[in-house]
Each structure stands twice: as C-alpha cells, then as structure tokens.
Design a protein around this ligand. Sequence first.
Ligand code: NAI
Ligand code: MG
Length: 503
Amino acid sequence: MNEVTTIDRTQREYSDAVKKALARAPQLFINGEWVDSSGDETIDVEDPSSGAIISKFVEATDKDIDRAVAAAKAAFEDGRWRNLPPVAREKIMHRLADLIEANADEFAELEAIDVGKPKGMAAAVDVPGAAAHFRYMAGWAGKIGGETQAPYSMPGGMMFAYTVKEPVGVCAQIVPWNFPLLMACLKIAPVLASGCTTVLKPAEQTSLTALRLADLVAEAGVPAGVVNIVTGYGHTAGDRMVKHPDVDKVAFTGSTEIGKLINRNATDTLKHVTLELGGKSPVVVMPDVDVAETAPGVAGAIFFNSGQVCVAGSRLYAHKSVFDKVVEGMAETAPFWAPRPSLDPEAHMGPLVSKEQHDRVMGYIEAGKRDGASVLMGGDAPSDAGYYVNPTILTDVNPQMSVVREEIFGPVVVAQRFEDLNDVVREANDTQYGLAAGVWTKDASAAHQIASKLQAGTVWVNCHAMIDPALPFGGYKESGVGHEQGRLGLEAYLETKTVMMKL
Ligand code: NAI
Ligand code: MG
C-alpha cells in the first residue's frame, strides 16, 4: 500500500456542463414539465470525494407524489403512449438512447460527483449500459403478443379463444444510489416498451442523473405524463408511491430490509411487485486456476464500484492449495484500487457514497477485527476529507461473524479456505441471500456441477458482475422477487387477458 500516502485526494474542477446542471432550481418532472414542489423542503447533494455540498433538489411532499401519480394515470388511461404504433414507441426509445449517448460525458461526470464512482468507470459501464437497456427493450415494443388457444373441454369450432398481453398500468419505480442512471434506465425501458406509465424516484443520495434524464425523456418525444421523475426520501415520498391506490405495479431495487417492507405495503392494494434486493455473493476458486488471471478477477469482483454492488463477490472461498497465492495476488492489486477522487483520471475506485455508508462499512471492519478476523490488506480509511475506505481483505473468519453473514456494501471481502467441494457448496449456500455467485476453474464439468448446486439467480464462471439487458436478472431466497431484463423483464410489465367468443 506504499503509493497510497502520496495520492492527492483533492477533487478536480467540474466541467461547465456539470456546473450548469448543479445550478438548476430544485424542481420535479411531472406531466412533461418542470414544476415546483407544493412544499419548500430540499435535500442537499454532496460530492463524496470531498464532502462538499454542491447542489440541492426537491424533497417531494405527499401532494407532489399524488400529482405525479395522477399524471401517470391520465397518460395511461387516455392511451397517448400505449396506443401509439409500436414502431413509434420503438423509435422514441432509440432516440432516448441516442440522447444519452450524445450527453455521455456529462452523465459520466454527474454520476462521478454524485456517487463517488470514477468518471472513467461511469463512462465505461453506467452510461453505455443505460443506453443499451433502452435499445434492447425498444426491440420488444413491436414483438408483444398473445396466442390463440383452442379450449380443452369444448368441441372444436364452438369457441374462438385467444390471449392478449396488455400493459400493467401505472408503475412506481424506486431505485438505489449505486448505479443511479443505469438503474433508472433499466426500470424505465420496460415501462416504455410495454406501454405502461411511471413515477420514478431516484435515491435521496443520488438524484442528479435521473433529473438530467428527464430533460432527455421530453426531448426524445415521450408524451407528457408517461415518465414522471420525483425526488425525495424513501420513508415519505417512496412510501406514498408504494401505497398509492392508483399505482398498479411497484419495482424496487435496494436493501432486503426495505424490500420486505415495500412488499408488505404493496399488499393492501395487491400491486404487482418486483424486488431486486441485497446479496452476499460467494466466489469459489477451484485448485486448477491460473492464479495470475484469477486473483485480479476476484479482486475486481469485490472492489468494483467500491464494493457497492448488489452482486459483489464478497465471500471468497479459495481451495486450500491455491488460497495463499490467490489472496497474495489480490493484495498486489491494492495500488490499482487505491481510492482516489472520482474525477481523477487515474481512479479505479472512488470514495463510498456517503458518510453513513462509510461509517457503516468501517463499523463492519471493526466488528470483524473484534470477532478475531485478520486484516490482510486495507482495513482503514485513508483520508479525513471524503468518504474513502481502502480495499480490504479479511482472513481468519468464520461463518458466525457479521462480516461473513451480512451485506457490507463496501470494498471488503472475507476470504476462506476450502478442501472439500461439498463443504464449500454448503457454506456458499449458507446465507439468507441468493442473488449471484461465481466459480473460477478451467474444468468445464466442475463449473457446471457447482453452478447447478449454487442457490443464486445468476452464476458466473471465470468472470463476475457481467450484466446484459438480454439476460434475466433476479434473486433467489431473500435477494428478490421476479426478474428484470430479457423477456422475463418485459413480462413483469404485462398482464395477460383471455378472450373467449362463442361462435
Ligand atoms: P434503501 O433500501 O433504504 O434505499 C433504496 C431506495 O429505497 C432509495 O430510493 C430509498 O429512498 C428508497 N426507500 C427507502 N425506504 C423506503 C420505503 N419505506 N418505502 C419506499 N421506498 C423506500 O438502502 P439505503 O438505506 O440507501 O442503504 C442501506 C443498505 O442497503 C446498504 O448499506 C446496502 O447494504 C443495501 N443496499 C443494497 C442495494 C442493492 O442493490 N442490493 C442498493 C442500495 C442499498
Ligand atoms: Mg434506508
């Protein structure tokens, strides 16, 4: 960790485009327009690389949420979006993707100063991913259909029966702070493809890119009221959205704790619910691996986005014959991952998103040490200003420790040895979560066998956190309900209607 002391952690100057975005008056995007809140409370925007307050946005009131839901309801009911020819919806979605790409640099910088993620990472992952979700889902707009089906218990020719797929209706979509633009686009894309309408709320820590996206939604030609973007706190604005009687579907990404609460709150009105929740994803390293390739790969599995990733490979299980070499190889990546300000062009890892998250992660590291874990790398915070935590590897851990059981959501991996394959599969599955898992091996047979035994919605072999709009993403166990992305992700926004006509 020798370089770390020499890093200049002063945040770089913002571009003019970003300064302009930060100078905007706090407003909400409702019914295709920027409108003032009914109240005058605001929430501060903080740059986690410095801790500086750089802007503010609206803390939406109940009245604001009601107004946004009413706009989404009116837009759904009069068919201004769902009754457009699918080719028109598809074109508008591609236009929105084009606009995101045309503003890629500004989006990457806004994301960097809001979340703390390196601008280069946002430019390589978040922004192109956001556009890709619209492009992929745009293709579905014209490919939604039901089927004709002859009844089973009735004579042929007596009945003409068919199914049609219809948009579910008004959606309430709530996203977290780790990939704000990407998550917003991942949520809005199936809304647009299916013909639904939505009220979307970004996280209170990171609302800048969702607000900027609203400009482009209007510019792309999405009709007023189809996509409404409101800002505010979860327990107030988010709660109002979830309980609102005119909302038909709730889509949430965030913590398992809040996901359970939202599921309960959506029950009274029996809304459709999809939940993408937390994880504590295991990564199994088999004895046959090439350590020189695997060690940086499993380091990236946890340190990417400062470990603030629902699928982060936070529990490493390396075979005892390669364990020492793998963790040494991971430790050698420390200079690469050394946290830097998000606008430092050399940054691969930034600070954590907030002081709250910083203190939470440091609290877990302290708890791990108290419980007897050894710190092989990191374990400390390198700077007083900004919310930096050094990439951390903990060894000598056991399955009872909180660092092994709970989602830390920071750059902290717990590394354990295994000897027997059955034991490691059992340990890997010994968790409330089931979001994702990784296996590293050259043995294709072993890879498939282990993949079949891991209780996880996604299993990666010799890679990690590879997400693609065409491939369904969802959690087993307490990691989620339903799927996003792919055909399944579209279907979560569709109802099926059966029509039977006596001939
Ligand atoms: P959170 O789950 O409380 O927040 C996520 C989103 O839900 C935000 O937009 C928030 O405003 C909204 N929300 C919160 N309470 C709500 C409610 N009662 N009704 C409706 N919406 C509500 O996550 P938070 O507090 O930001 O982070 C706490 C921990 O959660 C993290 O340390 C991490 O472990 C985990 N987390 C996991 C994520 C994942 O993708 N798996 C994403 C974010 C957080
Ligand atoms: Mg919370």
